[in-house]
Every structure is written in structure tokens, then in C-alpha cells.
Ligand binder design. Structure first.
Ligand code: ATR
Length: 269
């Protein structure tokens, strides 16, 4: 019998996770049922308990705005989920235990490795933003690169986050002067059609500019980086597929290949 999984969020209609997991299931030959589930904003815990009471569910991905609630609902946490303070992958054990993991950071690292190349361990990374998305990356990224520096509109948040994760921080407007190999937009500025106020020379001299957001057309940050002259500008679709592949592995024990799915998603209108 196929095991059942959900992706839980609000809103959830836009989620690509069901088609990604369906493709992984076809590729690996592991039959799963994976569907979207809209939770009301209030009482994540109550709705989760109700779901587990009424259906036999093996696991769930959790997206905005419930990743912190999923963290709180987890009885057991992976190290990276504990560090991130957020959970995007829940496993429901037969004994009733809820196990929380966070696959966002490793999903980002795997996609960037593909785009940047094997020298990732020598890279100096400038991370723009100091919210939940930045935390997810900081839980994993520092062990894979030479250095990480956090810059944020509200500088005090960058300073405090950098201290917590043992990385560097610098003022957003003051990032020019050092040389960054990779600049990552982990702000939510794109949601409002805005861009972080970073000097365009920071973007033009980077080997890779990466926006955690993805969209059919270039995001405002991608346009900003392209206009600045960065030769290698990417959105976060690869990270989305990679984090899904890691969740699939946690649940099913096999890591699917991401490239065919990524290629297909890019080609599908
Ligand atoms: P998420 O979970 O997506 O990270 P969040 O926790 O609300 O969302 O964090 C949003 C981040 O985007 C913050 O770092 C925020 O900067 P502030 O701490 O100064 O609020 C950043 N951000 C949002 N809009 C921005 C903008 N127009 N320019 C620069 N940074 C912006």
C-alpha cells in the first residue's frame, strides 16, 4: 500500500512539492501519495493532531508560515533543525513520535555546489537577510564554505544572528570593499517587488548571485544582479527540488536524482 505524505502551509495552492514528489516516486519506483493540505493559521498543533488521528500519514513537509510551529511539535529534532529553530520535514513514527528535520540548508548547499562547482569550500559568501530563511541556511552552510557574512537592513539582527552561528556580519550598505564569491538573497524583499540596498559592485564582482525565491520570470534581486553585470544569476528552484529530494530520502531511504525534475520544471510553462 502507498504511504501517504502531505505538504502543509497557508497558502498552499501554489506549491510545486506534489509534482516534484510524484516525479521522485516514478523515478525510484516507490509508490507514495503526496498531497497539499491547507491549515488555518491558528492552532497548527490541533490540526496536526486531528490529521494524525483521522488518517494514516507517514510524513509531511511544512512550509510558510508553520516551520517554527512544526519545530515546536517535534518530539525529536535533527541537529540542523535544532540549529535552524525550524522544521520543514516531519516524520510520523509508528509509536506516535514526531521527528523533525530541516532540509532547506542542505538543499541550498547541493544546488549551489552544482552551480558554483567543487571549489565551494573556498568560497566567501555574503548572506543578505537575517530572518527565518537566513537561519535555515546558517544551520548548514558554514561547514561547506570558507566564510559566511550576514548583512541585513536592520543591522542589529545581522550582528546577533552572526554571533549565534559563529559567522561574520557587516552593514548592508557597507558590504562593498570585501570580495564575495557568492551573494545570496535570503530577504523577503522580492515579495514586495523590492531589492536589498546592496552596492551594485558587490553583485557585479560575485561569481554567483542566488535568490532563494523562484519565479517564472527573473525576481527583482535577479534583475538587480543581472543589471549589475553578474555573469551567473540563479533563482531558488534548484534548492526547492533539492530540499524535496532530501525529504524523500529521509522518508523512503533512497535519494532521487534531481536534474530530470529540475529540467522538466524549467521547461514546463
Ligand atoms: P523569512 O522567513 O522569509 O526570512 P522574515 O523572517 O520575516 O522572513 O525575514 C525577512 C528578512 O527580509 C529580514 O531580514 C528583513 O530585514 P529586516 O530584518 O530589516 O526587516 C528582510 N527584508 C524584507 N524586506 C526588505 C527590503 N525591502 N530590503 C532589505 N531587506 C528586507
Amino acid at each position: 500500500m502507498s504511504r501517504r505524505f502531505y505538504v502543509i502551509g497557508n497558502p498552499i495552492e501554489h506549491s510545486l512539492s506534489p509534482v516534484i514528489h510524484a516525479a521522485f516516486a516514478r523515478e525510484t519506483g516507490i509508490p507514495i501519495v503526496y498531497e497539499k493540505r491547507l491549515f488555518a493559521i491558528e492552532d497548527f498543533d490541533g490540526q496536526l493532531q486531528q490529521l494524525l488521528k483521522t488518517e494514516k500519514v507517514s510524513g509531511a513537509n511544512v512550509t510558510v508560515p508553520f516551520k517554527t510551529k512544526a519545530y515546536e511539535a517535534s518530539r525529536t529534532l535533527s541537529g540542523r533543525a535544532r540549529r535552524a529553530g525550524a522544521v520543514n520535514t516531519l516524520s510520523f513514527r509508528k509509536d506516535g513520535q514526531i521527528v523533525g528535520d530541516n532540509t532547506d540548508g542542505i538543499g541550498f548547499v547541493r544546488d549551489v555546489k552544482r552551480l558554483y562547482g567543487e571549489n565551494l569550500d573556498k568560497a566567501h559568501v555574503l548572506l543578505l537577510g537575517a530572518g527565518g530563511a537566513a537561519r535555515g541556511l546558517l544551520a548548514v552552510l558554514p561547514e561547506f564554505v570558507e566564510s559566511v557574512t550576514v548583512a541585513n537592513r536592520t543591522e542589529a539582527k545581522a550582528v546577533s544572528l552572526a554571533r549565534e552561528f559563529g559567522v561574520f556580519s557587516c552593514p548592508l550598505e557597507g558590504a562593498y570593499g570585501s570580495s564575495w564569491d557568492i551573494v545570496v538573497n535570503a530577504t523577503s524583499a522580492s515579495l514586495n517587488g523590492a531589492v536589498p540596498a546592496v552596492d551594485k559592485r558587490v553583485l557585479s564582482s560575485a561569481s554567483l548571485c542566488y535568490d532563494l525565491m523562484y519565479s517564472r520570470v527573473a525576481t527583482p534581486f535577479m534583475q538587480q544582479a543581472q543589471c549589475a553585470g553578474c555573469p551567473n544569476v540563479h533563482d531558488g528552484l534548484g534548492m526547492l527540488v533539492e530540499q524535496a529530494a532530501e525529504s524523500f530520502r529521509i522518508w523512503n531511504g533512497i535519494r532521487p536524482t534531481v536534474e530530470p525534475v529540475l529540467f522538466w520544471l524549467r521547461a514546463t510553462p
